[in-house]
Design a protein around this ligand. Structure first.
Ligand SMILES: O=c1[nH]c(=O)c2[nH]c(=O)[nH]c2[nH]1
Length: 283
């Protein structure tokens, strides 16, 4: 006997940007849909006449985000769940579960993901030298515009369209080497973090590589006690959803937040008169 069952699309990652002139708002959701009802036939005989594709559920999430906007997650969930029950007679129950990720505003189109990033410190001491490296990991930043990527070479495997307006998002992983083993490390850390963040916010980006150099060099220009900055910036891709099959325009408003794979941009920015590192930073 077939027991209780349900099916649906889990973890549709939706980022909805609302553009009110220069000031943007951001909603970042993970939406899971599960439908149940008269679904015995597909399990027992392979008859799919009652099986609305899970792919359709995902499309509905994105189309509704454009059409109706996304208010409170409870309201967006109700909108979707009522739609599936009302339009699919075989569906007797729809559960929509939503995780909503919070973002803190940094500027008109700049945001930092809420939740703590991690401060790092690593020191190395021998009889001859002392080396102090500070850092941060898991600082997630996003600009909803002021980012492009174009002018790159194309070969027979290149499909990426050029863009003059995209989301740029990353989870900053940075380490910086101090010139001296003494100082006000609390103040230095706070100021370095601020320099990294403000450079991300204020750089009109032609590539994440350019933003990386801007972030590293801003730390060095603001903080004389720091000799070198090493950055690893994952490019947290946001793909524009093609809503044209549903006769909806998508003017950089509805995005799929990609998970993997991701671009990984790594680089070092060094003060030109700084002494070289005394030893490798990572063992
Ligand atoms: O800023 C970027 N740098 C790249 O090297 C790259 N490659 C890619 O596919 N997209 C991007 N974006």
């Amino acid at each position: 006997m077939l027991g209780p069952n349900r099916y649906g699309k889990a973890e549709t990652r939706l980022v909805r940007v609302s553009r009110d002139g220069d000031t943007h708002a951001l909603v970042d959701l993970n939406v899971s849909v599960a439908l149940s009802g008269d679904l015995a036939a597909t399990h027992l005989t392979g008859d799919n006449a009652g099986v609305l594709p899970t792919d359709t559920m995902k499309n509905t999430v994105y189309a509704f985000a454009k059409k109706h906007g996304v208010g409170e997650p409870e309201e967006f969930g109700l909108l979707l769940a009522r739609h599936f029950v009302a339009t699919q007679p075989q569906v007797k129950a729809a559960r929509v579960s939503i995780e909503s990720f919070g973002w803190q505003r940094l500027g008109p189109h700049s945001f930092a993901r809420k939740g703590d990033h991690t401060r790092l410190a690593s020191v190395l001491v021998t009889d001859e030298f002392e080396q102090v490296v500070s850092g941060v990991t898991g600082l997630v930043l996003l600009n909803s515009t002021a980012s492009e990527f174009r002018g790159f070479p194309r070969d027979e495997y290149t499909t990426l369209p050029e863009t003059t307006d995209r989301i740029l998002a990353t989870a900053v992983d940075a380490r910086w080497r101090h010139l001296s083993a003494s100082g006000d490390f609390a103040k230095s850390y706070a100021a370095a973090l601020d320099a990294l963040t403000s450079a991300f916010v204020n750089t009109y980006s032609s590539s994440l590589q350019q933003t990386l150099f801007s972030m590293g060099s801003h730390v060095l220009s603001q903080r004389p006690e720091i000799a070198e900055v090493r950055l690893a910036l994952p490019n947290k891709h946001h793909y524009l959803v093609d809503l044209s099959p549903f006769d909806l325009a998508n003017d950089n408003e509805v995005f799929i937040a990609g998970d993997r794979p991701y671009g990984l941009i790594e680089g070092t920015v060094t003060r030109d008169d700084a002494p070289p590192a005394a030893a490798e930073w990572y063992s």
